[in-house]
Write a protein that binds this ligand. Structure first.
Ligand SMILES: [Zn+2]
Length: 503
């Protein structure tokens, strides 16, 4: 009998080398007063089908007229993203049937988009990186199908039909989940700086569809490209990151199972399921859609003249990246602090006004988180907290001057300023929060602490600096936390070194 040969050792699979390629399509609702091609108001939350007219209902013979303000907003965005602006632009019909599309086509732009190329700078851990853009074009939104409350019946609400949208398509330059999040954050900051959209993903005025695939290093130096997957239903910045992470994992698993044959698969559309944190197959794209585009016969091509370009350029304020650089240069903020402060225009505005009112830049930057937290809790914008930049600067200055502890300022004074509109000095007096700078009192408290804890005193004298912590704790307790820690430290060190018995 010969022994059966041992099974071959389980091969440990070498993880393949790969590159992640993500391109993102973003649909952005413009905050215009009226719709893209008619005068119906753009408003959220009105009773169904109350904001409609023959144009946006697609009645025969009704004629669309482009919304000038929407064109200017889109031009401003294209300018801010350094797109090449079209001299001649035109609209096209994209034909498809869907119950929420009353005309049976959507007015969009095919071969003459408003903007081509361009760039969005994103901030990652490795610094600033440009993400190239393919194009920016204008189109109209669809209505909404409602399936919720009517048993087997579906209803349609056409209030949203015809709302102006801008579509921004990136090149597949995004290489990770973190970059996908950074891209959306940057784009959202941009549209908020331009004041052309709320950019709120939960409310659907910013919708995004990442296209994700991998270039995997295959055998013999080949490159295996996984089929591109488009992910829908992504409704937060965080979830864009999740969708990318999940797709990379899934596509790698598919490669592990199929090998190079994975490249023969079809492009597909998957949905992101927030509850189960997974993506699921919605449909395979066996063929490219044929939308039978043709030029919109009811809207003549539009020449973008110099007057429009000037007007659009005037709408572009100092943008986040420029402001970030200026804050670093002018106020000495770190890149990180400048980025935090400049993400939202109201935060950057508030910060800058506070600094001009005398607050130190670094402490003011650190306080902005606290202010934004209050703003979020109250659901109010920063400029309606009841604490303007000047009074806020006064509080920051008091902390800087050591007149009040930071903790007390944040926990007690700031909330009370927002409630009562009182000056910080007044509140500090009323609540008795002022830091004790009465040195006689501090000296006696420090001496008491040393007497009570001779071991800590001896340890410190023997060179154990950390022994000072115990003594400081005693003094702080004695003074009800109102002593300035820096002063306490100085006083303790002075007493301990002066009265050193060995000296
Ligand atoms: Zn209408």
């Amino acid at each position: 009998m010969t022994a059966t040969p041992p099974p071959p050792p389980a091969s440990t699979p070498v993880p393949p080398k790969y590159r992640v390629l993500v391109g993102i399509e973003v649909h952005l609702q413009l905050r215009t007063r009226s719709k893209m091609f008619c005068r119906c108001p753009v408003r959220f939350g009105s009773p169904p089908n109350t904001l409609t007219c023959p144009v946006c209902l697609g009645m025969p013979g009704a004629l669309p007229v482009p919304n000038r303000d929407a064109m200017l907003m889109a031009l401003a965005l294209a300018t801010a993203m350094q797109c090449e602006l079209a001299e001649l632009t035109k609209f096209d019909r994209k034909n498809y049937f869907y119950p929420d599309l009353p005309k049976g086509y959507q007015i969009s732009q095919l071969d003459r988009p408003l903007g081509s190329g361009g760039v969005i700078e994103i901030i990652t851990e490795d610094g600033v990186r440009p993400i190239r853009l393919q194009r920016l074009h204008i189109e109209e939104d669809t209505g909404k199908s409602l399936h919720e409350d009517a048993g087997n019946v579906s209803r349609v609400d056409l209030n949203r039909a015809g709302t102006p949208l801008v579509e921004v398509v990136s090149e597949p330059d995004i290489t990770s989940a973190a970059e996908a999040r950074a891209y959306l954050t940057a784009l959202r900051a941009l549209v908020r700086y331009l004041d052309i959209s709320d950019g709120n993903m939960q409310e659907g005025n910013l919708r995004c569809e990442p296209n994700i695939n991998l270039h995997i290093e295959g055998p013999g130096g080949t490159t295996i490209k996984t089929p591109i997957v488009e992910v829908k239903n992504v409704n937060s910045v965080r979830n864009v990151g999740r969708a990318v992470t999940l797709e990379v994992e899934r596509q790698l698993a598919e490669y592990a199972a199929l090998g190079p044959a994975v490249a023969d698969g079809h492009r597909s559309t998957r949905g992101y399921d927030d509850t189960h944190d997974r993506t699921f197959l919605m449909r395979r794209k066996e063929d490219a859609h044929d939308y039978r585009y043709f030029p919109e016969p009811d809207i003549p091509p539009i020449t973008i003249g110099s007057a429009w370009l000037r007007e659009a350029a005037e709408r572009v304020p100092e943008l986040p990246h420029a402001r970030r650089a200026r804050f670093v240069e002018e106020y000495g903020l770190s890149d990180y602090d400048a980025d935090q402060v400049c993400r939202e225009r109201p935060t950057a505005d508030f910060f800058e006004q506070a600094v001009k009112a005398g607050a130190g830049a670094k402490p003011a930057a650190n306080w902005m988180d606290e202010l934004n937290r209050h703003a979020n809790e109250r659901g109010a914008p920063l400029d309606q907290l009841g604490v303007g930049p000047e009074r806020f600067a006064a509080l920051v200055k008091m902390v800087e001057a050591g007149k009040i502890a930071h903790k007390a300022a944040a926990r007690e004074v700031l909330p009370r300023m927002m409630e009562t509109g009182e000056e910080p000095e007044q509140i500090v007096d009323e609540l008795g929060l002022g830091q004790i700078d009465d040195s006689a009192l501090l000296w006696s408290a420090a001496q008491d602490a040393i007497d009570q804890n001779p071991k800590a005193a001896a340890d410190f004298r023997a060179g154990k600096e950390q022994a000072l912590g115990a003594l400081m704790g005693l003094v702080m307790r004695e003074t009800g936390g109102k002593a300035n820690p820096k002063v306490v430290r100085r006083v303790l060190v002075e007493i301990l070194t002066e009265s050193d018995p060995e000296n």
